[in-house]
Design a protein around this ligand. Structure first.
Ligand SMILES: [Zn+2]
Length: 486
């Protein structure tokens, strides 16, 4: 299949952030064959020609961190810090089965696609009662939608109560946490075997799937599990994805266990490398930023989630000044409530511009968009994130006749500060149109909503029961939270 998009305003997102005013993009199969001025367009024939006169072409956005099982509980999590919030969120997962993971991933995937994302990293944690925790169902949903996906299987071989600074807080809290975490932890060897089998079963880039290890967080894994995961990723040339230093409590417990920062501990194990992406990366030591720069590892910024559950602000300006390639994510809908990457781009560009800080180092529109495009691709080893010949044809086309781009003063700036996803007209992934005229082409949108409603209703008794159990932990976990900040 050969497609030509002509007379289109192209925002390439290449290293020079080139913009082509009246350009053409030729797609041959799943890659771009030509990107440049319209007058040099290669001769056809083309199977399809699109007049892009009123369109803007941008690389598809890359959501570098989320959890697909969370979409069914959007809007219902209390505004609480992570350690308390997590008890509620984990409770909401407990009754989920394959069909629920499918419905949840389908719902989030639809939202991402319609808002211009073409790739998502799903740091998948589901239910141990299902095969691979239910990750296969999520993968099926994303394949059905035509959404490119990197699925990092969440691994953790420590009991949860050992991974938070409980201190004097004991009694029923430790017991209840134990009840919750016994269903989650598994022996190191069993996890590594499961991870290998997961990759063997699902890794298939030609079917849009990258399968890789996703240790839950440094402090939630033994060194053996961290090193074993890194080894699996290394020998198969895969990405590796881990949560890092999301809250102060995590940094505190890291110091208690390792006597150094969580990142330095990873470095001492030889795990820190360019294939590693680290969600959040908030509570760091100053020298950790240089370690990021030297290793080529990618911190993944999740601004909405960090605000929603009060985790803190990642040192984004320090990262950018040090030349670190920062990725961008929505995080799960339990700590964000939505999966719209244009929201993430806008927040990342705004929330770091605090009064009294050096405005010469405020986040620029190009930096914010680079995080959501080429930096995400780089983190996952995908030949995408830039509009250039030879790259994978993951492209979005936005309508220019919308308030966001009228009048068109500065396309880069308007993509970041004005657009909210509603101008997205078409989404092309691997050379295939998966959204056209703002609608999914491969899946019935009404059916996605129906499946999500049905799954949520089926889960109601389990959610109510487990959320009530989580609520009994709140006062003790609150004590811990305030102690950490005293
Ligand atoms: Zn996360």
């Amino acid at each position: 299949m050969k497609t030509l998009i002509r007379n289109v305003l192209i925002v390439t997102m290449n290293e020079d952030s080139e913009i082509v005013e009246k350009g053409a993009i030729a797609i041959d199969g799943n890659r771009m064959a030509y990107v440049g001025p319209s007058e040099w367009t290669p001769a056809g024939p083309f199977d399809r020609v699109i007049d892009g006169d009123r369109l803007i072409a941008l690389p598809g956005l890359i959501n570098a961190h989320c959890h697909s099982p969370a979409n069914l509980v959007r809007g219902m999590m209390p505004g609480r810090p992570l350690e308390i919030w997590r008890a509620y969120y984990r409770a909401s997962l407990r009754g989920m089965r394959e069909e629920d993971f499918y419905a949840s991933a389908l719902l989030g995937g639809m939202e991402m696609l319609k808002n211009g994302a073409t790739t998502v990293l799903d740091h998948f944690f589901g239910n141990q009662a299902c095969s691979f925790m239910g990750a296969g169902a999520a993968i099926q949903a994303m394949r059905d939608l035509g959404l490119r996906h990197v699925v990092a299987l969440t691994l953790s071989d420590k009991n949860y109560e050992e991974t938070i600074p409980l201190g004097e807080t004991t009694g029923n809290l430790a017991d209840e946490l134990k009840r919750m975490s016994t269903s989650e932890a598994k022996a190191t060897k069993a996890w590594l075997d499961e991870c290998e089998a997961f990759i063997e079963t699902f890794h298939a880039p030609e079917r849009l799937t990258t399968a890789c290890p996703g240790p839950s967080a440094v402090q939630r894994c033994t060194d053996e599990l961290l090193c074993g995961s890194a080894e699996i990723a290394r020998k198969r040339s895969l990405p590796l994805h881990i949560h890092l230093a999301e809250t102060k409590a995590q940094a505190v417990v890291g110091q208690q266990i390792y006597r150094t920062s969580l990142l330095k501990h990873l470095d001492s194990l030889g795990v820190l490398a360019a294939n590693l992406s680290l969600a959040h990366s908030i509570w760091l030591e100053e020298s950790d930023v240089e370690l990021f720069a030297a290793s080529g590892a990618t911190p993944v910024h999740n601004p909405a989630s960090n605000l929603r559950i009060g985790s803190g602000l990642a040192p984004l300006k320090q990262f950018l000044s040090a030349g670190v390639h920062v990725g961008l994510g929505t995080d799960g809908s339990a700590s964000n409530d939505g999966q719209n990457m244009f929201d993430a781009v806008r927040l990342a560009a705004l929330i770091h511009n605090q009064a009294g800080t050096d405005f010469n180092h405020w986040v620029t529109p190009v930096q914010a968009l680079a995080m959501a495009t080429r930096n995400g691709a780089r983190a996952f080893g995908l030949d995408a994130g830039v509009l250039a010949p030879g790259k994978l044809a993951d492209i979005i086309l936005l309508k220019r006749d919308t308030p966001a781009f009228t009048p068109l003063n500065d396309v880069m700036s308007q993509l970041v500060f004005c657009e909210n996803g509603s101008s997205v007209d078409s989404v092309i992934i691997n050379g295939e149109f998966v959204v056209e005229g703002g609608r999914l082409t491969k899946v019935d949108e009404k059916e996605v909503l129906r499946l999500a409603e049905q799954a949520r209703s089926r889960l109601e008794p389990s959610i109510q029961r487990e959320m009530a159990a989580a609520k009994t932990l709140e006062s003790k976990l609150s004590e811990m939270y305030f102690r950490v900040f005293r």
